[in-house]
Design a protein around this ligand. Structure first.
Ligand SMILES: [Zn+2]
Length: 51
C-alpha cells in the first residue's frame, strides 16, 4: 500500500512541471515554461525577451 502511493506521487509531480504553460506579457503568446524568459518579474517569450 505505502509503496504504491509513493510511486503515484513521484510520477505525477514531474509531469505537471514539464508541461507548465505561461503567457507572454508583451504579445500574449502562450509559451512553455522551458522556453520562458523572466525579466523584472514579468514573463516573456524568446522573441520578445530579445528586443
Ligand atoms: Zn512575446
Amino acid at each position: 500500500m505505502l509503496m504504491i502511493e509513493e510511486i503515484e506521487n513521484f510520477g505525477f509531480k514531474p509531469k505537471k512541471g514539464i508541461f507548465d504553460l505561461e503567457r507572454c506579457t508583451k504579445c500574449s503568446e502562450v509559451v512553455f515554461s522551458t522556453g520562458l524568459r523572466v525579466v523584472n518579474g514579468k514573463h516573456y517569450c524568446i522573441p520578445c525577451s530579445g528586443l
